[in-house]
Ligand binder design. Structure first.
Ligand SMILES: NC(=O)c1ccc[n+]([C@@H]2O[C@H](COP(=O)([O-])OP(=O)(O)OC[C@H]3O[C@@H](n4cnc5c(N)ncnc54)[C@H](O)[C@@H]3O)[C@@H](O)[C@H]2O)c1
Ligand SMILES: [Zn+2]
Length: 1589
């Protein structure tokens, strides 16, 4: 019962909304709430509606407490009083439930419970419940009272207040709803403790937003209270029961949490009260929402509302800044505050990227969505413009024109060049970002000083911001901003510091932590009212690892009491307020000069004058110590440096100068000065001059002056006037070692320094080697990017050399300047961009934020350089989505591999197929050096040979970069240089094929060849050589081909060749053998679950009936041999399969976790296998999306033409099609895959309908998807799936998944459910009674389970077929004599082939895009000939053919020959007139009429096609068989063996029987009608049976 102990009376705070105190905030409010509701909102039934997440945590507790309290309250009323009823209803969680269906469901529940007007509804949950249940209450019985119990932070501060209720529709979110004010809103903050962290962070966005628009002090609480606020929710203290219910038990963190939530809720309540129905004021709440909502609209399924508006707030604040209303200080504070709570500040945020994947949010899309914002008026966008933290420009949203919005949103800028008509200011005076080191020092000193100081040019960074807040918390000073953030007014506190009331949080600000450690020792306990007795400084986790030990040691030795609260030597520190004793302080200064500066800065405030003695040898960064002393001097304290490293600091108090100008950061200062130099204007920087200690400060005098600028410098200011545009002079030689960061600025100027009468305009910059290891290799980057402008530049070992170009000759980089995420590259190229006449795109504009966040604003508003916002495809985006070109087809192709594997033969085939020249490396070597390999090795040794080999292969690749096939020597990989060369070749998109063969076979083969002395011997065991080289071959090749034909058996080379050409076609992309995703009919793949397929090969043709692909389940393979590795075994299996079927192969390694056999622990091994499949040129590779992102994306990068099936299987059967989880898997699959595959498990048939709904809900789907439910209950999903349904076959040993069906079963099922109506097919013509066509097609229909039927329709008169053609059941027809031409008049259109042949033999029924039925006339006769002949002959430019006969069939024969590439076609016929007709019909086919066959052919025919009746008694003279091993095609099929066939075969020719051609033709016809490949082997069997009858 302890769970239900009574709650203490809670201390609550109330907020009034619409003049009633209906919002109640506190901790542990359940009982309070129940009493309040029962007493103040009387009802007979209280119906609590919640979601299943919350129900499981809270419902039981609430229900029991409700019943207890109700009965107690009513007991006291007397016996007759009936306590009210408590009922509850639970819906699924998430936005998916916020729809009309769920609303109806809840209403039905209420009605079934006989709820009446006398019902009070309690909406217990997040915004989804609040909106939905609020809407139910608004309409149930025309409106019943509702109580909102928000349980998410978002719901508390936003959705529960204001009475807006709604549901979503497929047309958009919140489109149907009502205003319905809740009677009460109970914010029990204890509920937040169970909230997932991401949901909590989500709500913080609204909290921060509200503070940002109206309450700076609340914002400061948020800025400083990060750790407490997060802890109060995420790691709450549980010291006492019901902690926080009463003020006594409430922790400070809880109080702070309550305060910030109350502030946010109050503001919303206030707005609602003054402005219930949306108008001006309410618009303020939309800060961040104009852009945020647009992002949300695009990414709503992936991102939460708060995440979107967080990004929106940053963008809108930047917009305000660019419009000149908001300073960078405020933007920086906002950004840091959002970030510190874990909110994203841009869509590039890593966490966001992970969620969003490849989905883009383009500027156009965002602008488009912003158009429909409710706040807009007449197309003009309205956005809340912040004018400071806690302030807005207007008390409502402000009109903003499109261009500035677009600019802010755009990731890239396009700089508009300066022309004579540009409105450039003549003379610009501007301050540039301050030096970070000086900013930090000046802040500390001005705060510790007496009097008021105006700090100008302070750098706005994390460090300075944190420092400022900390000094404020220490009560050390007051700060105020002036001049739009350019001046900080410091009212110094004279060193009177107090113990802050909470810990000081420093984030990761290193300098601040060092400087403040000593400052905190200065705190002295001043008053007794202070609650804390010590000062604690802490930071984020990174900070907690940074060392501070030596400083703490020195201070402890000086009697300061400092404790490490966590790790020894690091923050957090607890510092006692004892003041600093002073006297001699010893400090080890060899680690950081910041320790020294820390003590120096605070030393004047010690009780005794300090003598600081630096120990530990070498003092590092003396200039920084000098800087500290110099700044101290400006604030009135003079440090004396004694001998050695000893400093004496007098006691005293700093005095604030009325103004202190913080010196500019000298590197940043170079950019505006360079703009003056390149555009010819004058620029003055008042905050940096000759007295500066920063090296880069010499830029003006040492670089700009000699280049032709006029430079005037005072101690603290610099003015540069540029020469007229185009007249900068080159600097022949400059050492920039003392100002390395400025070399980029110098380089872009050197690029246009072309004014040198004396000749060359080369600038050489040296001394900058360190720039190679900055954000990027800046020297390389500079050379690269300059070249895009047409500027020649080259790298020097420690510098760069640049050829100055005339400005007019500069090109605009086509895809813009790439910044390598380096701020200096972006800023320097924006200098160059000022003069490039066609404009310059800088790709990543955001990278300037590191040092000059408002650089682009300053460039425009201060320097007068205009630019446009612009969006260009980022290079990264291209990575996963677009099929990156892995290889270039034209580059020469290389073969590597052991001797004897068949490189030369395969090389020849490749050369032939690609039309490349073949170079055999060994032969080339011998010819060029005029020495045999053998002799060379004999004479010079192996080492020399390998070197020579490398030399020659390099020169070969240089000389023959494209159009060659180079077969390399076996040992090429022995030389590391050669290996590097091959690897580089692959990187440059070359193809290197590693040819492998069973290594034992190779050894035997080579042994037999031992007479071969042409090649050098290994001199060691063959297998040792192979073992050494194997890994090298693999790393030096991007493809691998297993040759299975022994060199001794040339007859097998035909098969090898077919297979190898398929491989070549695939890797070069000329024919990838993949399924056309455009095709309309269903496709299937059959899963092979064998452990060894070699014994099953004879079944493959049958098993694959109706399939469009074959899946090789690699995880079910198992090799029994222990001499062969699994990978080698898999390659053999894969190759066997590829040789036994032309269907594309799906390579799948299914893991145990996803229902397969591959061990879940072997992730690396799995990806190795998958990578091999890519090397082997497999058409499809299945990747399970559950593996690590890096492995997957690395693999995908190398996919080449392989299509990736990104799959996910719910083996446990716990995931539903309407869940958020399945959507997440969908998005991940979509990101990785070319094909998406999602498999769940069906519990009932309903799950199949859910699946269909899921498919229907995918709005814009561009990639094919496979969705299946496993299990018998899921069979319907297999019937309905469209693309690549996995199927089984009765001949297979086991199904690969429960519920799997065969193609035939699926077709039958489709027919029965009305999705595949029966069609009738016919043969038109006469005489046709002996035709075998019905056997062909009916066999096909039968085997595949298709319901169709094929019949003869014999008739003389073509008009008889008309009614058949018009019948809606008509499915298609074969056409033979005498109708092949006359049928055309009934057809809607004729295919190109049929037109060219002049005959139709196939009628196809098509349904066009408007659903209209169309009849197409086509011709498959020629296809029968073409495909029968193609595999048997090699056609070249001299090939000729002979067609016998000149009737209708001869046309198809001629056309087929022509398509095969035969250039000379002899046509023999007894009557010349008929041939002449053919010649006129085929004018360009190279026809040669013959009236006699007994003659000498100028090119003896290689193919003979006979189209005369088989019974003809014609004589065939020997002359026509002169060609060696030609092919005869007999078109007549009765008798089966004609005279021609007999005679030809006697002569050694290959004969093709008429029936074979007919079957081939029929198979193409079948495919055209049904989209399916006909079952050839069974058709052949049945046709021959009929034939022999
Ligand atoms: N009416 C308005 O003025 C208004 C304003 C803003 C947002 N909204 C609406 O609010 C909805 C978003 O609300 P949300 O962000 O609260 O999301 P939500 O209601 O979907 O809740 C988020 C998730 O957290 C779970 N959850 C809620 N409270 C929990 C708790 N205490 N412990 C554990 N889990 C908990 C929920 O079950 C859910 O899975 C959107 O539909 C949006 O349109 C309405
Ligand atoms: Zn919002």
């Amino acid at each position: 019962m302890s769970k239900f102990t009574e709650q203490p009376e809670p201390s609550v705070e109330k907020i009034s909304v619409l003049h009633e105190e209906s919002i109640i905030i506190g901790f542990h409010l359940t009982e309070y709430m129940i009493r309040d509701i029962i007493l103040n909102i009387p009802a007979s039934t209280y119906a609590l509606i919640t979601d299943s997440n919350l129900a499981s945590i809270y419902l039981e507790n609430i229900s029991i407490r409700f019943k207890n309290i109700a009965s107690k309250l009513f007991l006291s009323k007397g016996n007759n009083a009936v306590p009210p009823r408590f009922i509850s209803y639970v819906i699924p969680p998430g936005e998916q439930s916020k729809n009309r269906n769920t609303k109806a469901e809840i209403e039905d529940f209420l009605l079934s419970q006989t709820c009446t007007r006398d019902t009070c509804i309690i909406a217990f949950g997040g915004g989804v419940i609040g909106d939905l249940v609020g809407f139910v209450a608004a309409t149930f019985m025309r409106g019943v009272p509702v109580v909102q119990v928000p349980t998410t932070l978002l719901a508390m501060v936003d959705s529960s207040i204001g009475g807006k209720t709604a549901v979503d529709t497929p047309h958009g979110k919140n489109l149907i709803g009502a205003f319905w004010q809740p009677k009460r809103i109970f914010m029990d903050l204890i509920y937040l403790e169970s909230l997932p962290e991401r949901q909590f962070i989500n709500g913080m966005a609204e909290v921060i937003k509200t503070a940002a628009i109206n309450n700076e002090s609340s914002f400061i609480l948020l800025e400083n209270g990060v750790a407490s606020i997060r802890d109060a929710v995420l790691n709450p203290k549980k010291d006492v029961p019901f902690q926080g219910a009463t003020l006594e038990t409430r922790t400070p963190a809880q109080s702070l949490l309550l305060t910030v939530i109350r502030h946010a809720a109050e503001f919303k309540a206030n707005v609602v009260t003054n402005d219930e129905r949306e108008s001006g004021l309410r618009g303020l709440l939309n800060f961040g929402h104009s852009i945020g909502h647009a992002i949300e609209a695009i990414l709503y399924e992936v991102l939460l509302h708060g995440e979107c508006i967080s990004v929106g707030m940053v963008r809108e604040a930047e917009l305000a800044r660019s419009l000149g209303h908001l300073n960078q200080v405020a933007v920086g504070r906002l950004v840091r505050c959002l970030e510190s709570y874990g909110l994203p500040i841009s869509l590039d945020d890593k966490k966001i990227k992970k969620l969003v994947g490849n989905r883009q949010c383009s500027v156009d899309e965002i602008m488009e969505f912003m158009k429909v914002d409710k706040k807009n008026i007449g197309g003009k966008k309205r956005i809340v413009i912040l004018s400071g933290i806690g302030k807005t420009l207007e008390q409502k949203a402000t009109f903003v024109p499109d261009p500035p919005i677009r600019k802010v949103l755009s990731p890239a800028v396009s700089i508009i060049p300066v022309t004579s008509s540009s409105n450039l200011p003549n003379h610009v005076t501007m301050t540039t970002p301050g030096s970070k080191s000086i900013s930090n020092r000046a802040l500390v000193l001005s705060a510790l000083a007496t009097g008021t100081c105006r700090l100008k040019g302070l750098l706005h960074s994390d460090d300075t911001q944190v420092m400022l807040v900390a000094l404020q918390n220490l009560g050390g000073a007051k700060f105020e901003w002036e001049d739009n953030g350019e001046t900080l007014v410091v009212k110094g506190g004279g060193g009177n510091l107090k113990v802050p009331d909470k810990e000081i949080y420093l984030g990761n600000a290193g300098t601040a932590s060092r400087f403040l450690t000593t400052v905190c020792t200065l705190v002295s306990a001043m008053s007794k009212t202070e609650t804390r007795k010590t000062t604690i400084i802490t930071g984020n986790s990174r900070m907690k690892q940074r060392p501070i030990g030596p400083l703490v040691d020195a201070l402890r030795e000086n009697d300061s009491q400092i404790l490490y609260l966590e790790n020894e030597g690091c923050l957090p520190l607890e510092i006692a307020p004892l003041g600093l004793r002073g006297g001699v302080i010893n400090l080890s200064a060899s680690i950081s000069s910041q320790y020294v500066s820390s003590i120096l800065l605070s030393a004047p405030y010690a009780n005794e004058p300090v003598t600081l003695s630096l120990t530990g040898g070498q003092v590092i960064s003396q200039p920084y110590i000098d800087m500290t002393i110099a700044v101290m001097d400006s604030f009135g304290i003079k440090v004396e440096r004694l001998d050695g490293n000893v400093y004496r600091i007098p006691k005293g108090c700093y005095k604030n100068p009325s103004e202190y100008i913080i010196e500019a950061d000298a590197s940043s200062a170079t950019y505006p000065l360079a703009i003056a130099a390149i555009t010819g204007i004058t620029c003055t920087l008042p905050n940096i001059g000759s007295a500066s200690l920063q090296g880069d400060a010499a830029f003006a005098v040492k670089v700009l002056q000699p280049m032709g600028c006029t430079v005037t410098q005072t101690a603290t200011s610099t003015t540069v006037k540029g020469p007229p545009i185009g007249s900068l002079r080159p600097l022949p030689q400059i050492d920039m070692e003392t100002m390395t960061d400025a070399f980029l600025t110098a380089s872009v100027l050197a690029a246009v320094a072309s004014n040198n009468d004396a000749g060359e305009c080369i600038t050489r910059i040296t001394g900058i080697a360190n720039q190679r290891v900055k954000e990027c290799d800046r020297i390389a980057a500079m050379v690269n990017e300059l070249s895009k402008f047409g500027v020649t530049a080259s790298e020097l070992p420690d510098g760069i050399q640049i050829h100055g170009a005339k400005i007019q000759s500069l090109k605009s980089p086509e895809k813009g300047v790439k910044c390598y995420d380096d701020h200096r590259i972006a800023m320097s190229f924006s200098v160059l961009g000022c003069v490039v006449s066609n404009g310059t795109i800088i790709r990543e504009k955001k990278c300037v934020e590191k040092t000059w966040p408002n650089w682009w604003d300053d460039l425009e508003s201060k320097l007068g350089i205009q630019f446009d916002g612009l969006e260009i495809e980022s290079e990264q985006d291209l990575l996963l989505t677009k099929n990156e070109i892995k290889v270039s087809k034209d580059k020469s192709l290389l073969f590597v591999g052991m001797r004897g594997v068949g490189k030369s033969i395969l090389g020849k085939i490749a050369a032939n197929f690609l039309n490349f020249q073949l170079i055999d490396f060994d032969k080339y070597f011998e010819t060029t050096l005029s020495i045999t390999l053998h002799d060379f090795v004999e004479k010079h040794g192996w080492a020399a040979f390998r070197e020579k080999e490398f030399e020659i292969i390099s020169s070969l690749l240089q000389a023959y970069p494209s159009g060659y096939v180079i077969s390399c020597g076996g040992g090429i990989v022995e030389n590391p240089n050669s290996r590097d060369l091959l690897k580089a070749y692959i990187r440059e998109k070359g193809i290197v094929i590693h040819v492998v063969r069973d290594i034992k076979e190779v050894e035997e083969y080579l042994n037999r060849l031992n007479k071969d002395t042409a090649r050098p011997k290994y001199g060691e065991a063959f297998l040792d050589v192979w073992n050494r080289r194997e890994g090298w071959y693999k790393e030096c090749s991007n493809y691998e081909y297993l040759s299975t034909t022994s060199n001794d058996d040339p007859s097998m080379w035909h098969h090898e060749e077919t297979n190898f050409i398929r491989f070549l076609k695939f890797i070069t992309g000329s024919d990838t053998n993949q399924i056309n995703i455009e095709q309309k009919n269903k496709t299937f793949f059959v899963c092979l679950m064998y452990s060894d397929i070699s014994s099953e090969l004879q079944h493959i043709p049958t098993i694959t009936h109706g399939a469009d692909a074959i899946e090789l389940r690699v995880d079910s393979l198992s090799n029994n041999s222990n001499t062969e590795s699994f990978v080698d075994y898999v390659l053999k299996q894969f190759t066997l399969l590829r040789r036994s079927s032309s269907l594309p192969i799906i390579f799948t390694v299914r893991s145990q976790g996803q229902g397969g056999k591959f061990p879940d622990t072997q992730e690396k091994e799995m990806f190795f296998l998958l990578a091999q499949a890519l090397k082997w040129g497999c058409e499809y590779v299945d990747i399970e999306i559950c593996w690590s992102h890096d492995l997957i994306s690395n693999l995908i990068k190398n996919k080449g033409h392989t299509k990736i099936i990104a799959s996910w299987h719910d083996v446990m059967g716990t995931v539903k099609w309407d869940s958020e989880e399945i959507r997440r898997h969908y998005r991940t699959s979509e990101e990785y895959g070319d094909i998406i595959k999602l498999v769940c498990r069906a519990g009932s048939i309903i799950d199949n309908f859910k699946l269909q709904e899921f498919i229907g809900s995918l709005k814009t789907r561009t990639k094919p998807i496979i969705t299946i439910n496993m299990g018998v209950e899921g069979q319907l999903s297999r019937v309905l799936n469209e693309f690549l349904t996995p199927v089984t076959h009765p001949l297979l040993p086991s199904k690969s998944a429960p519920g799997q069906l065969s193609v035939s079963e699926i077709h039958q099922a489709l027919h029965l459910i009305g999705q595949l109506p029966k069609k009738n097919f016919y043969l038109f013509g006469t005489p046709i009674s002996h035709s075998v066509s019905p056997v062909i097609h009916n066999t096909g229909f039968g085997v595949l389970g298709l319901p169709h039927h094929y019949d003869l329709f014999e008739s003389e008169n073509i008009d008889d077929v008309k009614p058949i053609l018009q019948d809606s059941q008509f499915g298609g027809a074969s056409v033979t004599i005498p109708h092949k031409i006359s049928i055309m008049k009934y057809l809607d259109h004729i295919s190109e082939h049929a037109k060219l042949i002049g005959a139709v033999n196939t009628v196809i029924v098509e349904i066009d895009s408007n659903g209209n039925r169309k009849l197409l006339g086509d011709n498959t006769d020629w296809l029968g000939i073409y495909h029968s002949v193609k595999p048997l002959v090699r056609i070249d430019s001299t090939s000729s053919g002979l067609v016998i006969g000149a009737g209708g069939t001869s046309r198809a024969a001629i056309y087929a020959l022509h398509q095969l590439g035969v250039s000379t076609i002899y046509v023999y016929n007894r009557t010349l007139a008929k041939i002449t007709d053919l010649v006129t019909h085929f004018p360009t086919c190279g026809l040669v009429p013959l009236t006699s066959l007994s003659q000498t052919f100028s090119q003896s025919p290689q193919i003979i096609i006979s189209t005369i009746p088989g019974t003809s008694v014609m004589e065939f003279p020997d002359e026509i068989f002169q060609f060696d091993k030609g092919v005869i095609v007999e078109m007549a099929y009765r008798p089966r063996r004609t005279n021609l066939l007999k005679k030809g075969e006697e002569k050694g020719w290959i004969g093709i029987e008429g029936v074979q051609v007919l079957i081939e033709q029929g198979i193409h016809q079948f495919k055209k009608w049904t989209g399916k490949t006909a079952p050839r082997n069974i058709i052949e069997e049945n046709v021959l049976k009929k034939y022999n009858e």
